[in-house]
Design a protein around this ligand. Sequence first.
Ligand SMILES: [Fe+2]
Length: 170
Amino acid sequence: MKRREIIKMLGLSAVVGSAGLMAACSMNDSKVEENADTLAEKAKEAVVELSERDKKIVNRQELSFYDPEKPTDFELKHTPQIDVLAKDKDGFTEIKISVGQKGIVHPTEENHWIDYIKFWADDKLVGNILYEAGIAGGFAYFKLKLDNVKSLKAEIGCNIHGIWKHTLNL
Ligand SMILES: [Fe+2]
């Protein structure tokens, strides 16, 4: 092979080679961009926008009386009270849940309120209510058939002071 032919061949293969490499690179770039777009979309879907209400709920720690013999007013104010009231002709018993105990009522303000009440008959969740700040006080009424029910349990959430529970054995 003559020197000129060898140089020509090398030049051609270099052009073909670099074109192939460029194609491979550009394919990789577009795939990378495609993957980045997909990931960005998935990230957007994964981000849960908190409502203004949820942004105010800053404490989900479970709390209870430090000394059950001597509960403080603060502890009583956050502990749900369960009052079993009258039974109607159809066999449903009216039950009132209020927060807190011994007449110490938890406040209902824009930035401090009872944001939910959950209620169980034995292990069965029978009620789960969300409350709006500033307008809905931490109260609930239920009508339940209490046949064979051994205990009632209420759980409340104060947006600032955490989660408090009370169980009433029947
Ligand atoms: Fe509170």
